[in-house]
Design a protein around this ligand. Structure first.
Ligand SMILES: Nc1ncnc2c1ncn2[C@@H]1O[C@H](COP(=O)(O)OP(=O)(O)OP(=O)(O)O)[C@@H](O)[C@H]1O
Ligand SMILES: [Mg+2]
Length: 1028
């Protein structure tokens, strides 16, 4: 079980809330939607229960279900709205089991495991043709392309990774009866990630391309897509150049399946997509590629005639000319070494009859196409080649195949699945055992079928089926498929997993033909017909083209080649932490909503899912971290509700004792509880469900009480605030109000006695005197009016310097007070980033304002954190700097002190020193403590000089530099070095030290354009542009 804790960016409150909701609804709605993890199936040994669970979920469009960490996916054959960007966000950083099963959960979990555990990962996708393997792998890739951190460079790479798909599909996929876009090759793709988790590269390995499709297709099937795309989408000019006609029916290699067009496929659009993708993946040789594709079509149209004496000759000479032109080989050489010898079968070399000439032609076509495909994969790999520090591998490979007639191809495919099953069992058991060990729980032996015996039967040296096949192919003398079968019987007769018609008992004999052998695979029995085994293993081309020097012939037989590549694949997979996606096809008609139980049962069997489940359920059905378990079920026990304050393990123990768990039902590990039976979990879940109304009431009353208390507290705080304000800043305003009230109260009696008017006049006369009884009434009135007016016209921002003229004695204090109040409010609102910007701008203003011509232009432009992207700084430099992190970096031009040769450099600032970097090398280190000064000119140029002590031999002499962001750079440097006062702005020239006792001079003048040249007397002359 995957136990990654909730974390990362996605673990926000919102997402966690939704996560719990989804998990709850899935558990409680299990009657309708089944269980989302098969390990929770009560009757886990029952295939019928397994299929019923799949069916229920499929009907509800829940196409994903887990078996522990294995994801089972049923092809919906319709677009579901579960692959949007929002859905991706839902799964980001969220724990595997806390949210409904999804291919994104597997993608995300794998990605996080790679990052946190620093271990390479792989995702193994298997299933029969049309089950959705390729779609699943594309969804995983897209998930990484969207959710991983990326800059522009990486986005381009992500694009290449994604764009490699349509190209590979065009050349390696075809319409079959089972799938309109069937991959006719196995694919393993490594996605490389750098230390920050960004995808930086990729690599593809391809397995066993079905080359026979190039020359033959079953009824209702097609050749590889690219042939039809070229004929349908290529423009007239292109077709003319390739000597092609638009109608696919004119080509022998395209007519066998009698199905040139398919309604679900748009060859024209796909052609456009491929043509667009080729340059993205760095392809500049489309013509070569298309020549070969056209060449294969012409090869197919090459016909033979049979002479009177049985000799074979070519009847379509013009085809050969076209072929020679397209494949770019010399006609003579081709005819001599290639075509003639093979097709026409010159007596002296290799007499071929009519049929042999045809099969030699086809063998050549298959070989040419096969090698082109390998070349294409290599080209894609070149465009993706960048090594990262960790890897996620994606394996999209054919699942177990049992057809009515099984041949060499099925033998290879099923052998591959045996190997993958072996790996699966080994790794699943290993991870189970590791978890038990970490948790301190005794390991209970799991009984499972070890399929090593079948793998050995196939691959063992000298005795295995592949060795016998090779031997038969290479043995001199008459060999044929039947002699191979006899040899198998001689060597393997009596093996418990091998039967032939001759060796079988009466019952089995009845269902087997004489040319068949049967293997008892881990997933079931398969009969293989030996017809064609030898030819296919020999790849025919070998025998007939032995002397043809235009192609390098592989010496190794096909099955052995495949075995070797599988061994390599196993090694790759073994070194990684695996995740599994098992794809199932719900019906053969490619229809949405149809669930064919017989077909699904067949796949459940051949994918070995019941065995997967048995291994996974051998120990415990369910495991959960203590904190998560306690958090969910604590309301069920008065001692743990509402909060448990002791150790987590004690809390869980108290809880399960209260719930009456029996000792055999559970075990407590170091950090997790392990529950053996799903029933125990479901009873607990039901108890929680029943308890909910009670909890809701408790929570509601608690919530209401808390809200009321909060409201009361807020009121108290507000009252206190008003009281404080009244005694401080607002005191004056209140005085004004009192005055106003007083005035209203007393005016009427005063008017009555006529003294108000007299006091007012008197006050006016004495208004310039000290405050005295005579003017007191008048001055109070004036101040009152001022305050009243001020209240309405207070400045609204710190930049507003207006203020009504105060009357005598109305203190300026009020103005200062208001301004401070506004400043405090403004400062509280300022974000840290903006504050940093402002501090830097203030320093820049202190240094440069009215001193340097280009300062005013810099004011409106934000200072950036750095002018260099992280990846622009060489990794070696970063490593050399160690703990001294780069705080700021910019590209600069350094002028040699002697000769003033300009050289591009990077200037990197750390907290204690600056360095000048030339690509991977640190050329000069400038300790801030040693920095004597920084000089710039007063004009608009970007020159600056860093003055170093000439007597210090460790420090090189002064550095003469130029930068496009001189104001920003010098401000940051001066601040970091604590040397704001050391910046010197020179109007005419700057002197600097070249070496001890030797000086250089830079002269600055204004001119029409910026120029740095060598001036008179060996000075450096800098012409700065006039700024108007
Ligand atoms: N998750 C999905 N959502 C919608 N449609 C899907 C999904 N998965 C598969 N399909 C449909 O099923 C078709 C077959 O899927 P896919 O090509 O991935 O099968 P496959 O397992 O790779 O088969 P093969 O072994 O033949 O290559 C797709 O073209 C698509 O129409
Ligand atoms: Mg596929």
């Amino acid at each position: 079980m995957v136990t990654t804790p909730i974390g990362g960016s996605g673990g926000s409150v919102d997402i966690e809330g939704r996560v719990r909701l989804v998990m709850e609804s899935a558990l409680t709605a299990r009657d309708r939607v089944g269980v989302q993890d098969f390990v929770l199936l009560e009757n886990y040994n029952s295939e019928a229960a397994f299929i019923e669970n799949l069916r229920r979920r499929f009907k509800e469009n829940l196409i994903y279900t887990y078996i522990g960490s294995v994801l089972v996916s049923v092809n919906p054959y319709k677009e579901l709205e579960i692959y949007s960007k929002q859905q991706m966000e839902r799964y980001r950083g969220v724990s595997f089991y806390e949210i409904s099963p999804h291919i994104y959960a597997v993608s995300d979990n794998t990605y996080r495991a790679m990052r946190t555990e620093r271990k390479d990962q792989c995702i193994l996708i298997s299933g029969e043709s049309g089950a959705g393997k390729t779609e699943a792998s594309k969804k995983i890739l897209l998930y990484y392309a969207v959710t991983c951190p990326m800059n522009d460079h990486m986005a381009a790479l992500g694009d290449r990774l994604l764009q490699s798909n349509p190209v590979l599909e065009a050349f390696g996929n075809a319409k079959t009866l089972r799938n309109d876009n069937s991959s006719r090759f196995g694919k393993y793709m490594d996605v490389q990630f750098d230390f920050r988790g960004a995808p930086v590269g990729g690599h593809i390995l391809n397995y066993l391309l079905e080359k026979s499709r190039v020359v033959h297709q079953n009824h209702g099937e097609r050749n590889f897509h690219i042939f039809y795309q070229l004929l349908e989408g290529g423009d007239e000019d292109l077709l003319n150049t390739l000597d092609l006609e638009r109608n696919p029916q004119n080509y022998q290699y395209l007519v066998k399946g009698n199905c040139p067009r398919v309604s679900s496929i748009s060859d024209k659009n796909n052609w456009k997509v491929v043509m667009k993708a080729l340059p993205v993946i760095g392809f500049t040789e489309e013509e070569k590629l298309l020549n070969i594709i056209a060449g294969v079509l012409h090869l197919g149209n090459t016909q033979f005639g049979e002479g009177e004496e049985g000799e074979t000759y070519i009847t379509t000479e013009t085809q050969i000319t076209k072929l020679v032109k397209l494949l770019g080989v010399y006609c003579d050489a081709f005819l001599k070494f290639g075509v003639v010898r093979v097709f026409v079968s010159l007596q002296m070399i290799s007499p071929l009859n009519f049929e042999q000439a045809i099969s030699a032609r086809d063998a050549l076509a298959k070989a040419v196409y096969g090698r082109t495909f390998t070349w294409l994969v290599e080209k894609i790999n070149q465009s993706l080649a960048l090594k990262g520090s960790s890897v996620i591998g994606l394996l999209d490979i054919y699942g177990f195949e049992v057809l009515q007639h099984n041949s060499f191809e099925q033998f290879c495919i099923n052998y591959c699945n045996e190997k993958l099953q072996q790996l699966f069992i080994e790794l699943t058991l290993r991870s189970e055992q590791e978890e038990y060990e970490t948790e301190g729980i005794a390991w209970e032996t799991v009984q499972y079928f070890d399929n090593k015996i079948i793998c050995d039967l196939i691959e063992e040296k000298h005795k295995g089926i592949i060795s016998i096949l090779d031997e038969e192919c290479l043995r001199p003398g008459e060999t044929c498929d039947v002699s191979f079968l006899e040899k198998l019987e001689d060597t393997l007769g009596g093996h418990p997993h091998f039967v032939t018609h001759k060796l079988a008992n009466g019952k089995t004999r009845r269902v087997m033909s004489r040319e068949e052998f049967r293997l008892l695979h881990y997933a079931g029995e398969v009969n293989y017909n030996v017809n064609g085994f030898l030819d296919k293993n020999n790849d025919l081309l070998n025998r007939n083209l032995k002397e043809v020097s235009i192609m390098k012939i592989d010496k190794v037989q096909a099955a052995t080649q495949f075995k070797n590549s599988l061994m390599k694949l196993m090694e790759i997979l073994m070194s990684k932490e695996p995740s599994y996606v098992r794809c199932i096809k719900p019906n053969d008609a490619k229809q949405p909503g149809r669930f064919d139980e017989v077909l699904v049962r067949h796949q459940v069997k051949y994918l070995g899912l019941m065995e997967n489940l048995r291994v996974r359920r051998a120990g415990f059905a369910y495991r959960r971290r203590f904190e998560a378990f306690l958090q969910r079920y604590k309301p069920l026990c008065p001692e743990t509700w509402p909060n448990w304050h002791g150790r987590l393990v004690d809390g869980v123990s108290t809880l399960v004792n209260h719930l009456g768990y029996k000792p055999e039902e559970y075990k407590l590990g170091r950090s997790k509880i392990f529950i053996r039976f799903p029933k125990t979990l479901f009873t607990t879940e039901d108890a929680l469900e029943a308890k909910k109304p009670e909890i809701v009431i408790v929570i509601q009353s608690g919530w209401r009480g808390m809200k009321a208390r909060r409201r009361a507290k807020r009121r108290r705080q507000a009252a206190e605030l008003i009281r404080r304000c009244l005694t401080d800043t607002l005191l004056l305003f209140v005085s004004a109000c009192i005055l106003e009230t007083a005035f209203c109260m007393y005016t009427i009696p005063l008017v009555v006695y006529g003294s108000v008017f007299i006091r007012f006049i008197k006050g006016f006369i004495y208004r310039h005197e000290e405050y005295c009884p005579e003017n007191e009434y008048f001055l109070d009135h004036v101040r009152y009016s001022f305050l009243k007016n001020l209240r309405k016209n207070l400045p609204k921002s710190v930049l507003d310097k207006s203020w009504p003229t105060p009357p005598p004695l109305a203190s300026e204090h009020l103005r200062t007070l208001h301004m401070r109040n506004m400043v405090v409010k403004y400062c509280r609102r300022v974000q840290p980033e903006w504050k940093k910007q402002m501090v830097q701008k203030v320093v820049a203003s202190e240094i440069f304002k009215d001193q340097k011509d280009n300062y005013p232009q810099s004011v409106g432009r934000l200072f950036l954190d750095s002018r260099l992207e992280r990846e622009q700084i060489n990794l070696k430099v970063v490593q050399t700097l160690g703990n001294d992190k780069v705080q700021y970096g910019a590209s600069v031009t350094k002028y040699d002190r002697r000769g003033f040769k300009p050289r591009p450099r990077q200037l990197l600032l750390t907290n204690t020193f600056a360095v000048l970097v030339d690509r991977t090398k640190i050329k000069q280190r400038i300790d801030y403590t040693a920095l004597r000064g920084i000089s710039v000119s007063s004009l608009s140029d970007g020159m600056f000089v860093l003055h170093m002590p000439s007597e210090d031999s460790k420090q090189k002499a002064d550095a003469v530099l130029q930068c496009d962001h001189v104001i920003e750079l010098v401000t940051k440097l001066a601040m970091m070095a604590g040397k704001i006062d050391y910046v010197n702005i020179s109007p005419g020239s700057i002197r600097f030290t070249v070496a001890r006792g030797k000086e250089g001079i830079i002269d600055f003048v204004r001119g029409s354009e910026m120029k740095v040249t060598k001036g008179k007397r060996g000075h450096l002359l800098v012409v700065s542009q006039w700024l108007y």
